[in-house]
Structure formats: structure tokens, C-alpha cells
Design a protein around this ligand. Structure first.
Ligand SMILES: Cc1cc2nc3c(=O)[nH]c(=O)nc-3n(C[C@H](O)[C@H](O)[C@H](O)COP(=O)(O)O)c2cc1C
Length: 201
């Protein structure tokens, strides 16, 4: 892993700042920091990230025509050694804030499938890691099934083959995740596992 990529991109998408998915992502980030891996975080619900307009401008040059806060995140999506996306379930799927961010990755799809350019260099893609964190209020773990194709698409389009999910059902009120045995420590362990880059330095 090249030095410039040895960091975790932490994408918080819930509008609840101290909510369940945020606490899990905090734990993953703490684990990374503990292992001497830097973390770059974005709270996307507080940013100006508009939905894709399907204007197809990205099919011409691979760029997104919308000059909003997504422009700040784009370089990290291609450069970070690890990307963790935390998104609660709203109305049986990931929240709209997370979906908007993923839809705005259409420019990477266009780069690869229209313009024939790989958005991420092969050497980095082979080493990158991904984490999807989610919680839902109803005690129905099958709720997360419909998130899988979307997340598989997201990680595929940003060149991450090695990704895992940490999902918890029956977690509703902000902070309830603290009462789920092993949840925060599992997230923390994932962050700590990124320390492998530091040991390879
Ligand atoms: C608009 C909205 C829609 C929701 N829809 C669902 C749902 O379809 N199924 C479910 O189990 N929980 C649903 N929930 C509950 C959240 O998934 C749950 O509170 C979760 O812990 C929120 O995570 P957060 O604290 O990270 O925001 C919904 C909550 C909101 C605010």
C-alpha cells in the first residue's frame, strides 16, 4: 500500500450525529487510529450532496458537472486504502443520503464502462478494503438483504473487492447499539486490522 493511500475514509451518512451507525463507525475509526492509520471523515448528511441528474456529462469526460460538496469526497473515494460507509435503514433500504452519494459515483461507472479507463490503479484496487455498517429498528435481519446489491455495486465501482458488512437489526433509539454485545468491539477490530499497512511500511 503506497503511503498516500494508507488511510481510512469514513463516510457517515445518517442525519443522527450520535446515532447507532455513527457510533459503530466511530469505533472503526478509533481502531484505525489506534493502529496508526489516519482517518478522513465526512458527515454527508450535513453536506450539500445532490442526487445524480442523469445528464450523462460524465460519459463524455468522466467528471461530474455538479460542483457541490461531492467534489471534496471524490478524490478520497479513489485514493483511500479503505472506505467505510455507515448508513441506517430508512424505508427498507439505505438512507437517501447514502444512496445519493452512491448514485453520484456514476462518473466512475462512466469512466470504466463508457470511456474504458479504470478509475483506480490495479495495484491499489487489489489491496483496498471496504466496510458497510448499517442498523435497522425492526428485529428483522433480512431487511439488510436488499442493501447488498447496492453496496456490492458501490464497492465494485470504486474498485474495492475486499469488503465486509457489519449490520445490526433491532437497534432503534440513538445509542442502543452500545447495548449490543460485541458490536462496537467488532467495528473497532476491523479498524485495527488496517494496521497491517503500517507493519508493511
Ligand atoms: C425515516 C426513517 C425510516 C426508517 N425505516 C426503517 C425501516 O424501514 N425498517 C427498520 O427496521 N427501521 C427503520 N427505521 C429505523 C432506523 O433504521 C433505526 O432507528 C436505526 O438505528 C437508525 O440508525 P442511526 O441511529 O445510525 O441513524 C427508520 C428510521 C427513520 C428515521
Amino acid at each position: 500500500m503506497r503511503e498516500k493511500s494508507r488511510y481510512l475514509l469514513a463516510l457517515y451518512t445518517s442525519p443522527r450525529r450520535r446515532g447507532n451507525t455513527s457510533l459503530l463507525l466511530d469505533s472503526a475509526s478509533e481502531g484505525a487510529l489506534e493502529a496508526n492509520i489516519d482517518v478522513v471523515s465526512f458527515h454527508t448528511a450535513r453536506m450539500d450532496i445532490r442526487p445524480c441528474r442523469a445528464c450523462e456529462s460524465c460519459s463524455r469526460d468522466g467528471e461530474c458537472i455538479q460542483k457541490d460538496d461531492m467534489q471534496e469526497i471524490y478524490p478520497h473515494l479513489l485514493q483511500a486504502g479503505a472506505v467505510a460507509l455507515a448508513a441506517p435503514i430508512f424505508s427498507m433500504n439505505i438512507c437517501a443520503q447514502a444512496k445519493a452519494l452512491i448514485d453520484r459515483c456514476q462518473r466512475f461507472w462512466a469512466m470504466r464502462y463508457v470511456l474504458g479507463r479504470e478509475p483506480v490503479e490495479a495495484e491499489l484496487a487489489a489491496e483496498r478494503r471496504g466496510l458497510f455498517i448499517s442498523c435497522c429498528g425492526r428485529n428483522a435481519p433480512e431487511t439488510f438483504e436488499c442493501t447488498r446489491p447496492t453496496l456490492a455495486y458501490f464497492f465494485h465501482i470504486i474498485g474495492i473487492k475486499n469488503w465486509v458488512s457489519q449490520t445490526y437489526a433491532g437497534v432503534d433509539k440513538a445509542g442502543e447499539i452500545r447495548g449490543v454485545a460485541g458490536a462496537l468491539s467488532t467495528a473497532r477490530e476491523w479498524g485495527e486490522s488496517l494496521g497491517i499497512w503500517a507493519s508493511k511500511a
